[in-house]
Design a protein around this ligand. Structure first.
Ligand SMILES: NC(=O)c1ccc[n+]([C@@H]2O[C@H](COP(=O)([O-])OP(=O)(O)OC[C@H]3O[C@@H](n4cnc5c(N)ncnc54)[C@H](OP(=O)(O)O)[C@@H]3O)[C@@H](O)[C@H]2O)c1
Length: 278
């Protein structure tokens, strides 16, 4: 059985749907990964063969003011999961982020590039990657710019703003790969099915700025909104962000045969599934 920790989150819910009867899900209320005893008790009772950890403190700006909580959830909590999975002979899959990089490389990041986080969230996620290694049977999947049907995300924020304003200013100097959680879930399951270990990058193909992404969202939705440019410096958020943090996903393709479709195609499918839901 595959245990999805953080099963009520945006990625967790799509993983649960994809895995169906093969999966069991737990979230806060049934497990608190910052509590070693709670983590060990839950894993010992359920005895999964694989644990996919989607639980995290994902508020990037919030992490700056709540650094201790960020480290507890994203760093120490992963260490507890690593110890508990090792004790029952299970594999640990840890979901991580492009924010472990500083964005200064200028070309897509490979798995063995040196991490250098610019913010507390990135530091805490990097600590989680290192702590995952307490279990030798670990898999780390770094991804980025996630959106999905079951969580707060950029696509939904843009669509909401479009209902309120006819002009928006969106950052045009941060570049990444928007990634649909449904596609990421498929990649994670393929990595598990192929017995992969170590670090892998998984994101939808291609890249764009947040500004281009916003324009694409409005185009797909058939909405007329004027999208003006602005810089990261002008936006002045509490957490520093990497400016160019696209992920080279060729290792995923080589080892599983899977390539995530281009981001624009994924966005189109997301918009269609969203329409069916509403
Ligand atoms: N979102 C992105 O753009 C993005 C980009 C790159 C990587 N990632 C990574 O992808 C993974 C999934 O992200 P997501 O956006 O799907 O996350 P999410 O929607 O924020 O879901 C996280 C889930 O974990 C739960 N949780 C929080 N603290 C917990 C604890 N101590 N014990 C157990 N459960 C806890 C949350 O519960 P509450 O909601 O009740 O707190 C929530 O259900 C994370 O590892 C994240 O770092 C995300």
């Amino acid at each position: 059985m595959i245990l999805v920790v953080g099963c009520n989150g945006m990625l967790g819910r799509d993983l649960m749907t994809l895995l169906g009867e093969k999966a069991r899900g737990v979230d806060l209320g049934e497990i608190d990964i910052t509590d070693l005893e709670s983590t060990e008790r839950t894993l010992t009772a359920l005895h999964p063969s694989v644990v996919i950890n989607c639980a995290a403190y994902t508020d990037v700006d919030g992490c700056e003011t709540n650094a201790e909580t960020a480290m507890q959830v994203n760093g120490e909590g992963v260490g507890y999961l690593a110890m508990a999975t090792r004790a029952i002979g299970a594999k640990l899959v840890q979901v991580s982020t492009d924010y472990v990089f500083d964005g200064g490389k200028g070309t897509p990041y490979q798995e063995d590039d040196l991490p250098r986080p610019l913010n507390v969230y990135g530091e805490s996620k990097l600590a989680g990657e290192m702590n995952a290694a307490f279990n030798p049977d670990h898999l780390i999947v770094r991804t980025q710019w996630l959106y999905g049907l079951h969580g707060k995300n950029f696509v939904e924020i843009m669509l909401k703003l479009a209902g309120e304003k006819d002009q928006l200013a969106v950052v045009d100097d941060q570049v990444g790969s928007p990634t649909w959680t449904v596609d990421l879930a498929r990649a994670i399951v393929a990595l598990v099915d192929n017995g992969c270990q170590g670090i892998y990058h998984a994101a939808n193909e291609g890249f764009c700025s947040w500004n281009e992404f916003a324009r694409a969202i409005f185009e797909e939705a058939g909405l007329t909104v004027t999208v003006n440019g602005m810089t990261t410096e002008q936006l002045n958020r509490p957490a520093r962000r990497p400016l160019y943090s696209t992920l080279d996903c060729s290792k995923l393709r080589q080892d599983t045969g899977i390539a995530l479709r281009p981001w624009r195609e994924a966005l189109r499918s997301y918009m269609a599934s969203r329409t069916n839901k509403h």
